[in-house]
Structure formats: structure tokens, C-alpha cells
Design a protein around this ligand. Structure first.
Ligand SMILES: Nc1ncnc2c1ncn2[C@@H]1O[C@H](COP(=O)(O)OP(=O)(O)O)[C@@H](O)[C@H]1O
Ligand SMILES: [Mg+2]
Length: 290
């Protein structure tokens, strides 16, 4: 988008989303309250002709929940000259746990010991090297889905046998990681435009503290270490808007678990209340990018 363009359509913001949840509603309300013209673009009805360059938006906020649809929508809109936040690259890296791990490692950001087995059998060998307890996760996934602790080799063999029986070729890649003995909580940090908005502790009944699984949130002080690590993690994956998951190990050292490109912020917002308005910060950032 050209900031100097006179075409009225250039200033409209597209919000890409098939599913309109609580966070999208918060964003829509904030756009309305601030008088920023936007269109909710339901990605399920979108198609793109190769080479077409006449779209009514200058800027797009990608809130699409489906990873493939999000990445392809970003790619198509970017090719048509729309500035998409997050970028296609960041969406692709964050949407793939192994690519995230590689980006974090390349940037020297602390993350748990992780390996990728290219077959279930190779994942078992990788686990022998990492040791138990460990955890296996789908390469593409969220809300803690299919994140499974592996306490010993016998348990791992069973889980990997199930993985081998799944049909998608991606399910046969084993993303395995040391299980961090965390103090019954992990930390979610939201970064927007190179600024940490805040942090919350997430606690839950099980290993998985995801709010989508019933995890509870409460305020967490943003220490200089949390601030620095979260900014480094968001930068490592190239995400302007990022939900950074941190975990504390037994020695209190912080490690980055993953970076979410389509951050869900209901739990964060309810814990921090009036201290911060995530939707407003996202819109401020979009307006700056415009
Ligand atoms: N290596 C690990 N050690 C301990 N807990 C973990 C580990 N990896 C993930 N978890 C827990 O599992 C949950 C989901 O993990 P995460 O990697 O963020 O995947 P998702 O994308 O599904 O949210 C989080 O609550 C996290 O604390
Ligand atoms: Mg997570």
C-alpha cells in the first residue's frame, strides 16, 4: 500500500477471519469505536485470480484460524499489494513448530531441547537421545491439542504407533522435546510492534495450560528477562503481533516454547483488565504500518 495514494479504498483494513470469536469481536468493536474503516473478510468465500491486483484493501490483519488458509490468504493478498500483518513468512514459521524451533535456535533464543524424527521410528531414536520424560506435539496445532507427555519408552512406542497409523504424512514426523519440570504454570506474553504489552501466568489441571482447555490466567510481572526474551522470540520468527509462550525450568530459567501468530487474548485481557487493551494496541500498530 502506498501511504500517499488517493484511492479511498486504500485505507480500508481487511480483517481475515472465518471464525469470529471473542477476540475478533473485540477487534471489530475497537475498529468501530476508533472510526477505522474495516471489512470482515470471511476467508471461506475468498478466491484469488493469479495476477489480479485490484483489491479494495491496503492493509490486512490476519486472524484466520486455519493454518493453511491463513498462510495462503497472506500469500495471495501480499502478491496483490496488500500489506498483511503478520507477514506470510511469520505465519508460516509460527504455524510450524519445527520451523519455529529452528528460527529460535538460529537467533540464539533459549528453547527446550527438541528434535524432529522424519519417521515415527526415527522419533523414537530421537527420544532415546533426549531422554524421558519428554513430550510429543503435532507440527501444526494449537490449544494444546495432541500435546502428549511421554514418561518412558514403552509409552512413547505406543503413541508413535498411533501416529504411524494416522493418514496425513505430517503426522509421521515426530516433533519431540524434553519435558520441562515447570512450577505448575507457564507464561503467555503478548508482543505488538516490538513492545511487550504484558504477561500472564497460565495454570491448569494438566500439563497443558492452554486457556482453550480451561487454563486459568493471572497477572505476571514483566521482568527485564521476560521482556527481552519475548521480544527476541517475536523478532526471531518475524512476527509483528505475537503470543509468546514461555516456560520456567526447575532452576527458574526461562525458555521459549512457541510463538503464536494469531494470538488469542481473552484470558490475557481478563487477567489484566484495564491495564492494557490488546485490540487497541493491535489497531495502533496497523495504523503505524499503514
Ligand atoms: N516441553 C514441555 N514441557 C512441559 N510442558 C510443556 C512442554 N511443551 C508444552 N508444554 C505445555 O503444553 C501446553 C501446550 O504447549 P505448546 O507448545 O504451547 O502447544 P500449543 O500450540 O498446542 O499451545 C502448554 O501449556 C505448555 O506449558
Ligand atoms: Mg501454546
Amino acid at each position: 500500500m502506498s501511504a500517499t495514494s488517493e484511492r479511498p479504498g486504500d485505507r480500508r483494513v481487511a480483517v481475515l477471519a472465518s471464525r469470529v470469536g471473542a477476540d475478533e469481536k473485540r477487534l471489530f468493536d475497537a475498529f468501530d469505536r476508533r472510526g477505522v474503516p474495516f471489512d470482515h473478510v470471511d476467508t471461506r468465500s475468498q478466491w484469488f485470480a493469479a495476477g489480479r491486483h485490484a483489491l479494495p484493501w491496503g492493509l490486512a490483519l490476519n486472524r484466520e484460524i486455519g493454518q493453511f488458509r491463513a498462510a495462503y490468504a497472506a500469500r495471495c493478498l501480499t502478491a496483490a499489494g496488500v500489506h498483511v500483518v503478520n507477514s506470510t513468512e511469520a505465519t508460516e514459521v509460527c504455524g510450524d513448530k519445527w520451523r519455529t524451533t529452528m528460527a529460535l535456535e538460529a537467533a540464539g533464543v533459549a528453547t527446550p531441547r527438541t528434535a524432529l524424527g522424519l519417521t515415527p521410528q526415527a522419533a523414537l531414536a530421537a527420544l532415546d537421545s533426549i531422554g524421558y520424560p519428554a513430550v510429543i506435539k503435532p507440527l501444526v496445532g494449537s490449544w494444546g491439542r495432541l500435546v502428549v507427555p511421554l514418561h518412558d519408552r514403552a509409552g512413547a512406542e505406543g503413541v508413535l504407533e498411533y501416529a504411524a497409523a494416522l493418514s496425513g504424512p505430517q503426522s509421521h514426523l515426530g516433533y519431540v522435546q524434553e519435558l520441562i519440570e515447570k512450577p505448575g504454570r507457564d507464561i503467555r506474553v503478548i508482543v505488538v510492534g516490538g513492545q511487550v504489552l504484558g504477561a500472564v501466568y497460565r495454570t491448569g489441571e494438566s500439563l497443558r495450560t492452554n486457556v482453550a482447555l480451561g487454563g486459568q490466567t493471572r497477572p505476571c510481572e514483566v521482568t527485564p528477562e521476560i521482556d527481552k526474551l519475548s521480544l527476541q522470540a517475536a523478532a526471531a520468527v518475524g512476527a509483528d503481533i505475537a503470543g509468546v509462550d514461555l516456560i520456567e525450568d526447575r532452576d527458574g530459567r526461562l525458555l521459549v516454547l512457541e510463538v503464536n501468530h494469531r494470538v488469542e487474548f481473552s484470558g490475557f485481557q481478563s487477567a489484566l483488565g484495564d491495564q492494557v487493551n490488546v485490540a487497541d494496541h493491535i489497531i495502533d500498530h496497523l495504523l503505524e504500518r499503514a
